[in-house]
Design a binder for this molecule. Structure first.
Ligand code: FES
Length: 171
């Protein structure tokens, strides 16, 4: 009889301990876990008119930083090592690029007035001296390929990142 009462007390104390541990762990796990919308690659909508020509905006898509670039009609005068992105984005003056350098993952900086020997707009990755054209094609430095382009569409003056349109998939 005495033993079973002690066992019962032990079980009750153990149960309270487990409940207490869950109470502490739940908020931590919830904070660290990616949100359902970022896992699903939720649609990110940007009002194109809110970005001045020649400027960019940084947004988050699927947990990654993404540049939204708005170019003036004027042609870019620089030369890129490859033209993958500029071909894919031909005719678009507003588009999104994944803002992660393809060398080692830094976030490049937008330099609308140019930088170093480049007197035209470029993205400059200061980590190891990578340079990209406004379309994200490599102009100089160690990046092995152009910036990635997320799927995107334009509708009613809004750029929709995550919706297959003029770019159908991450490329
Ligand atoms: S991480 Fe961008 S150049 Fe190295």
């Amino acid at each position: 009889m005495e033993t079973s009462r002690r066992d019962l007390l032990g079980l009750a104390v153990g149960g309270l301990g487990v409940i207490g541990a869950l109470g502490v762990l739940y908020p931590i796990v919830k904070t660290l876990a990616p949100s359902a919308s970022s896992l699903a690659g939720a649609l990110v909508e940007i009002d194109v008119n809110s970005i001045p020509e020649g400027q960019i905006r940084v947004v988050s898509w699927k947990g990654k930083p993404v540049f939204v670039v708005k170019l003036p009609q004027a042609q870019w005068t620089g030369k890129a090592k490859e033209e993958k992105n500029s071909k894919l984005l031909q005719g678009q003056t507003v588009f999104a690029l994944v803002a992660v350098c393809t060398h080692l993952g830094c976030v490049p900086l937008w330099k609308p007035q140019g930088e170093a020997e480049f007197n035209f707009p470029v993205f400059h990755c200061p980590c190891h001296g990578g340079f990209y054209s406004p379309w994200g094609d490599v102009v100089a430095g160690p990046p092995p390929r152009s910036l990635y382009i997320p799927p995107q569409n334009i509708k009613d003056g809004k750029l929709l990142i995550g919706e297959a349109g003029f770019i159908k998939e991450l490329t």
